[in-house]
Write a protein that binds this ligand. Structure first.
Ligand SMILES: [Zn+2]
Length: 63
């Protein structure tokens, strides 16, 4: 079984076009219009806001 690890926890807000990235576990970051947020750093993906409001930019690497 292959384990995957998050190397980049990021989204782009479709409203303000800001790219936001959560770099550490409890680092919750919001875009400039406040519609979407990311959290979880490299441990898990947590999203604030609606799926249709952002574009997923997360990158994974296989261990
Ligand atoms: Zn925004």
């Amino acid at each position: 079984m292959t384990k995957k690890r998050i190397i980049r926890n990021a989204v782009r807000c479709k409203s303000c076009l800001a790219i936001i990235e959560s770099k550490t576990t409890h680092d919750i970051t919001f875009c400039s219009c406040g519609k979407v947020g990311v959290d979880g750093g490299h441990d898990y993906l947590r999203r604030v806001g609606s799926l249709e409001d952002y574009e997923e930019l997360t990158e994974w690497v296989s261990m």
